[in-house]
Design a protein around this ligand. Structure first.
Ligand code: NAD
Length: 321
């Protein structure tokens, strides 16, 4: 089997290759060629850790496997990342292990690719201002990938701890764009596209602040109880998701569905837009929301791409189990 380490993944997977892998697998999911298996996530009662698996199979690319890992809150003190992920791929023809791929950087770029895909397909073509809610670990990846999708002229940012906004400002400056730290209401009123990427448990964006035509990519809510936006935003928007079942269970839509404001059947898969089966945005005043909950197939798609590139570059180690 092949082994691809964190450094190699960082060198080989860029925003475009992650975008291509994620766009393709979202399309395969909507076509019924790829499906995610039920997610396992458990508090293991040791080291305060949350541990789990996300797995699936894509018949189009024959990507079969899982991402395993979770959250170890004590890691930062040891100089390690709190979130830990490893992707294991299997040969779909034989079930034999095919590759072991470091998954930490991969998780960040595949998550950023999901919101970038949503912007590409759903945001207004003339969007010029992007607003970032959250400035944690994922946020810089999100902003970098998003900036490739439109001819932006300005980046706005809000974070609980304003010191952390320097991360987003650095990305903006690297892309020759001005950056401004603003309050949440101002951000909503001025941004054409908003990405939320926090671990918040209450609404940060209110319905009355959102301008017609805005695209919102909700990327932080990936667990029951987390929340980033007022559920009324979804009631007045066209809602898209990576996977509908996960969106209503652990995604941002859990709140709007629980409040009876929308139904699961109102949500459209982003893959159906990618495949040309749904028009996506239909007019400039429409508010679109993408609920990006994060599915195992994204990890498998990005992991398989990393293995392919590493084999071609001669940087995949090979072992026999
Ligand atoms: P992080 O710990 O580095 O940053 C957390 C962010 O949330 C910070 O900006 C922090 O200020 C903000 N925050 C926390 N509590 C808040 C509150 N009460 N009010 C306002 N802001 C608050 O985390 P990260 O790695 O950047 O991840 C951010 C979120 O994205 C997490 O919820 C994580 O689980 C989620 N995530 C989702 C996916 C996906 O595929 N959708 C993938 C990876 C991570």
């Amino acid at each position: 089997m092949y082994i691809v380490n964190e450094e190699t993944v960082k060198q080989l997977i860029d925003d475009q290759s992650a975008f291509d892998a994620v766009e393709s697998v979202f399309g395969a999911m909507a076509a019924g060629d790829a499906y995610n298996f039920p997610v396992i996530r458990e508090a293991i009662g040791y080291a305060d850790a949350l541990y789990g698996f996300k797995s699936g199979f894509d018949r189009q690319t024959k990507s079969l496997g899982l991402k395993s890992g979770g959250y170890w809150p004590g890691n930062a003190k040891k100089g390690l990342t709190n979130h830990q992920s490893t992707v294991i791929l299997f040969d779909a023809d034989t079930g034999r292990p095919y590759a072991l791929v470091a998954g930490n950087y991969l998780t960040a770029v595949r998550t950023a690719a999901a919101s970038a895909v949503s912007i590409n397909y759903l945001a207004r073509r003339d969007a010029r201002v992007i607003g970032m809610i959250g400035a944690g670990h994922q946020s810089t990846y999100q902003l970098k990938a998003a900036l490739r999708q439109r001819a932006f002229e300005k980046v706005l940012g809000w974070n609980l701890n304003t010191d952390h906004l320097t991360r987003l400002k650095k990305v903006a400056i690297e892309n020759n764009l001005p950056f401004e730290s603003v309050d949440r209401q101002t951000l909503c009123e001025r941004a054409d596209i908003i990405i939320t990427i926090t671990s918040c448990h209450e609404p940060l964006l209110m319905r009355e602040w959102i301008s017609p035509g805005t695209h919102i990519a909700c990327m932080g809510t990936d667990t029951s109880g987390k929340q980033e936006i007022d559920p009324n935003i979804m009631a007045g928007a066209t809602v898209f998701a990576d996977e509908i079942a996960q969106s209503v269970e652990i995604g941002e839509a859990q709140h709007a569905v629980a409040a009876g404001l929308i139904k699961a059947t109102d949500i459209i898969t982003i893959g159906s837009v990618i495949n040309g089966d749904h028009p996506g945005r239909e007019h400039d005043d429409q508010i679109t929301v993408f609920d990006g909950t994060g599915v195992g197939l994204q990890d498998l798609a990005a992991g398989a791409k990393a293995v392919e590139l590493a084999i071609n570059a001669g940087s995949a180690r090979q072992i026999t189990l």
